[in-house]
Design a protein around this ligand. Structure first.
Ligand code: SAH
Length: 215
């Protein structure tokens, strides 16, 4: 249960999101309904409703609420979609997606983060999220194609395997760049013959790591 003192902080956060371009009522409603403090480490809970990224286990971060809201809004979801998420992390973005669409498939390379998120989804009685501990860059072939793909870590280039697993007319939201330079959030729309790339502005994400997964 959310404390009364936190309600004010949450309202301020929603107003901040609105001032920064979040105007989809469905996105605003889920952010208002979901308690971000469930996904934040105990030591940082007093900052749960601030518009900032916060540290989680394994040196990773729970994304800034504005970025979560923007990426969700850009995905343009409906209730019938199958969505692939790369980088489960705390599970906050995953849980938001699960409220707005049919099925969410989420991959995380740290086993402990994946298990922690899985347990949280179980406690929250979620039945439409499927998690996997693996290298997300490979996608989830058995469940492809996906109507939407969201990558919550920064890739050096558009991940080819993920593009292959995107449906025709599907959209992928992915930060592109490296750890040391400017990263750009991109929206990739896959057409019959080609892809369209739209630049959505500068962002800052932890890197999408390739290869061997971690415990
Ligand atoms: N959406 C998450 C963001 C977590 S940060 C949240 O708001 O909590 C990005 C996550 O991507 C990290 O947990 C990191 O471990 C994960 N990640 C990085 N490279 C990955 C890869 N190749 N496959 C799967 N997950 C990856």
């Amino acid at each position: 249960m959310i404390k009364k003192s936190e309600i004010k902080k949450k309202i301020n956060l929603i107003l901040e999101l609105q001032r920064n371009g979040i105007n989809d009522p469905k996105v605003l409603k889920v952010i208002e309904e979901i308690d971000r403090n469930l996904f934040v480490e105990e030591d940082f809970r007093q900052k749960s409703y601030e518009n900032i990224a916060l540290p989680i286990d394994c040196g990773q971060t729970i994304s800034q609420p504005l970025i979560v809201a923007l990426m969700t809004q850009y995905l343009d979801l409906n209730k019938n979609m199958r969505v692939l998420e790369i980088g489960t992390g705390s599970g906050y973005q995953t849980f938001i997606l699960s409220k707005l669409t049919r099925f969410v498939y989420s991959i995380e390379r740290y086993k402990s983060l994946s298990i922690k998120a899985q347990n949280l989804f179980k406690d929250l009685n979620v039945t439409n999220i499927f998690t996997r501990h693996a290298d997300g860059g490979m996608g989830w072939k058995e469940q492809a194609p996906f109507d939407r793909i969201i990558v919550t870590a920064c890739a050096l280039d558009i991940p080819g395997k993920l593009l292959d697993q995107l449906s025709v007319n599907g959209k992928m939201i992915v930060p592109i760049g490296d750890q040391y330079n400017e990263q750009k959030l991109q929206k990739i729309t896959k057409n019959n013959k080609n892809i369209e790339i739209q630049d959505l502005g500068s962002v800052r994400f932890v890197p999408l790591l390739e290869g061997k997964v971690s415990k």
